[in-house]
Design a protein around this ligand. Structure first.
Ligand code: AMP
Length: 195
């Protein structure tokens, strides 16, 4: 069963590639950004707590995000735990990564692969500004985009070492067409994922 994490800066195409990967491998696509935006839209307690962090381009506190993901995967003790999943945008901090690893060891749900999409910063800003104009996402303005990229560097880049040292990091060039990137991801994953 396929369990993987998609790790990439804002604007690198996580959402698109995440959905494709999940479909190809027959597992749910769990994108924490989408889940959080849904909570905000529904005005849940979590959404109310998360909104100000998201609008400022900062991360939502670890404990809130960890609880939300556990509830989705069934790891909160209330039901069956999903065997396979494609996590998109989680873990995003070392605290989240350490938690996910310990939890995964306990419940036999560690990741087979971590796919890291690499895209140069000026290309990311260009794509995000364009998305902001097209979709009107409240955190896709130039000022917030810069903050989100800085937050990624500070919090998420250390995860690269964490996963590299475990031998499961797959680096993928995220430039080019959507199909080209998908092909590169699948080629990189082939040796990592059980048949
Ligand atoms: P994304 O759609 O992945 O770019 O996420 C949008 C926003 O949701 C981020 O800028 C964060 O504020 C929040 N978010 C998503 N995933 C996480 C996470 N794993 N930890 C903390 N905050 C997150």
């Amino acid at each position: 069963m396929f369990r993987a994490l998609l790790l990439a800066p804002p604007g690198a195409g996580k959402g698109t590639q995440g959905q494709r990967l999940a479909d190809r491998h027959g597992v749910p696509h769990l994108a924490t950004g989408d889940l959080l935006r849904d909570h905000v839209a529904r005005g849940t307690d979590l959404g109310k707590q998360a909104k100000s962090h998201m609008d400022a381009g900062r991360l939502v506190p670890d404990d809130l995000v960890i609880d939300m993901v556990l509830r989705k995967i069934g790891g909160d003790g209330t039901g069956e735990i999903l065997e396979g999943f494609l996590l998109d945008g989680f873990p995003r901090t070392l605290t989240q990564a350490r938690f996910a690893y310990e939890w995964g060891l306990q419940f036999k749900r560690t990741f087979h692969a971590v796919i890291m999409l690499e895209v140069p910063e000026d290309e990311l800003v260009r794509r995000l500004v364009q998305r902001g104009e097209e979709q009107g996402r409240s955190d896709d303005t130039e000022e917030v985009i810069r903050e989100r990229l800085a937050v990624y560097e500070d919090n998420t880049a250390p995860l690269v070492d964490f996963y590299e040292s475990r031998g499961i990091l797959v680096r993928v060039d995220g430039t080019g067409t959507v199909d080209e990137v998908t092909e590169r991801i699948e080629a990189g994953l082939e040796p990592m994922v059980p048949a």
